[in-house]
Design a binder for this molecule. Structure first.
Ligand code: GLC
Length: 563
């Protein structure tokens, strides 16, 4: 591959991501071409027309790299290859070519906080002696206690249990996630250089951007002696210190790493784009999204806001303000591979917390009994709300089909390390990763010619893309219509609220965007009057002049009117 011309002027396309719709593909669960039950890259290629037809701008592929799947692929053994079960680099290139032909951009997931324990550097580190250079690329330390039998610090793993595992020679290594995911030492120049090489490797192959996993974790305070968290230093993202003083998360030094990445990105035309998965206080999100940093950062507040109108308005307002401060655009997410699918979340009683949702999963989706009709209604209303907001919308595979969470997976089928590491207290994320249905009947409902790595429920075929196409009432057609209209309607990056805070307190959100595009959501239990205008799209049936509960409508009119 020729190296890009560093002096090439940025093309007009440089801002493609600012208001893009990006579709998240979880490759193992998207489409399987060879019948081994695991989705693969040729499977993705074979279904790209679905994404083009849906009307998204880009796809982001969760990890497809060689991995022992200790954490669904987020344990990467080789950053510059394709897992043989998922295909080859040639398959990847063919996918990029087909995406390009269909006008779709491709983003890949980069996992810089930790590798797999199968990575050649970690294997080298294990084979080397304590204190050796090979161990310096990771975080090896002696333990505490008379024989070093206690972990070096009290740091917990995000998946449960301690963040340290002992190796046979007595030293311990750090893993903020599963033991098979050793954390890199980002103070090491070789680690920094190797990630630049990886970013160039995929950029040279034509990827348009990167989703950066655990972007807030890289720059740890590893100076001796390591600091315990004790009782004062929370692990919860919402309670991290605002001054960047936590020993592990969201330290200011992380931005120096991304400034280096930005130089790599800007050597391409158009510059490569990146979005940070950073679980940080919203006030500190802007640094990740800045133009000399990654460029954009996920905002999960929208996902966790429930569908309370007042909370939504607050979250939308602050996300837009944060993004503007960073010179970026905001992101909007309702679902991804780490959370319970939103149709099911919204089917639980209003006000259910993350904890309530976890308990519901542990009950195999029985207690409380989900109200699926309400969940569907709310999910449709939320989709039209999200897709009308200025910024980038991230759609998780199957969301366009209205897939619910598969909450009743048998314990024996669970693969997520959270299940085991939490000692059975957290069921984990498998229920949103069940392979997609493409056809009503057939082996694995069209997922592939064989089975599927997680069992699909009976009746999964009713959600199939094939089943929904052409049915005006379907989720798929709602998303298709919305994305088609959005392309025509989106102009600048602003919105104006067109209803009072009092109205919002009663459940109403109404905003306009330049060009006379109105979005009105009724997130309350009683009908509200429908503002005047031509109805372009509605998430559910309208009744005369009223907007029924849990419905969003897009309208076009001349001037916005104050409600
Ligand atoms: C991110 C990923 C999640 C993974 C974790 C560790 O949060 O989204 O799936 O388990 O990082 O890599």
């Amino acid at each position: 591959m020729p190296h890009p011309d560093v002096s090439a002027p940025a093309s007009d396309d440089a801002d493609w991501w600012r208001q893009a719709v990006i579709y998240q593909v979880y490759p193992r669960s998207f489409a399987d071409s060879d019948g081994d039950g695991i989705g693969d890259i040729p499977g993705v290629t074979s279904r790209l027309h679905h994404l083009a037809d849906l009307g998204v701008d880009a796809l982001w592929l969760s990890p497809f790299y060689p991995s022992q799947l200790a954490d669904g692929g987020y344990d990467v053994a080789d950053y510059r290859d394709v897992d043989p079960r998922l295909g080859t680099l040639d398959d990847f290139d063919a996918m990029i070519r087909e995406a390009d032909r269909l006008g779709l951009k491709v983003m890949v997931d980069i996992v810089p906080n930790h590798s797999s324990d199968q990575h050649v550097w970690f294997q080298e580190a294990l084979a080397a002696a304590p204190g050796s250079a090979a161990r310096e690329r990771y975080v090896f330390r002696d333990g505490r206690g008379p024989d070093g039998e206690l972990p070096p610090t009290d740091w917990p793993s995000s998946f449960g249990g301690p963040a340290w595992t002992r190796v046979p020679d007595g030293q311990w290594y750090l893993h903020l996630y599963a033991p098979q995911q050793p954390d890199f030492n980002w103070d090491h120049p070789e680690v920094r250089e190797d990630f630049h090489t990886t970013l160039r490797f995929w950029s040279d192959r034509g990827v348009a951007g990167f989703r950066v996993d655990v972007a807030h974790g890289l720059a740890k305070d590893l100076s001796a002696p390591l600091r315990d968290l004790g009782e004062h230093l929370s692990y919860q993202p919402g309670a991290l210190p605002l001054d960047g003083s936590h020993p592990l998360w969201d330290r200011d030094a992380v931005h120096e790493i991304y400034r280096g990445w930005r130089q790599v990105f800007n050597a391409y035309d158009p510059p490569r784009f990146a979005v940070a998965e950073a679980w940080v206080r919203s006030a500190r999100r802007t640094a990740y999204a800045s133009a000399d940093g990654l460029g954009q950062a996920f905002n999960f507040d929208f996902l966790y806001a429930g569908l309370d109108a007042a909370e939504m308005r607050e979250v939308i307002g602050s996300a837009l303000a944060d993004a503007e401060r960073a010179g970026a655009t905001s992101t909007w997410v309702l679902s991804n591979h780490d959370v319970v699918r939103h149709v099911s979340r919204y089917a639980l009683p209003a006000g259910s917390t993350k904890h309530d949702v976890e308990d519901w999963l542990l009950s195999d989706g029985r207690t409380p009994a989900p109200d699926m009709a309400t969940g569907v209604r709310k999910a449709r209303a939320a989709a039209l709300l999200m897709l009308a907001l200025p910024g980038s919308a991230y759609v998780y595979q199957g969301e366009e089909l209205g897939l619910p969470e598969v909450a009743d997976l048998a314990r024996a089928d669970l693969q997520d390390p959270m299940w085991v590491r939490s000692g059975g207290r957290v069921k984990g994320r498998d229920g949103c990763r069940v392979p997609l249905p493409w056809t009503r009947e057939g082996s694995s409902f069209g997922f592939g010619p064989g089975g599927s790595w997680l069992p699909q429920p009976a009746g999964w075929g009713a959600y199939a893309a094939e089943e929904q196409r052409g049915d005006k009432e379907s989720f798929l057609e709602l998303y298709r219509a919305a994305l088609r209209l959005r392309r025509a309607l989106v102009t600048d990056e602003t919105l104006e609220w067109a209803c009072s805070q009092e109205r919002t307190a009663q459940g109403m959100l109404h905003f306009t965007r330049t060009g006379g595009w109105h979005t009105v959501s009724n997130l309350g239990d009683a009908p509200v009057p429908l503002p005047e205008g031509e109805v372009l799209l509605a998430s559910g049936p309208l009744s005369g002049d009223a907007l029924p509960p849990w419905t969003t409508v897009w309208l076009r009119s001349g001037e916005p009117s104050e409600n």
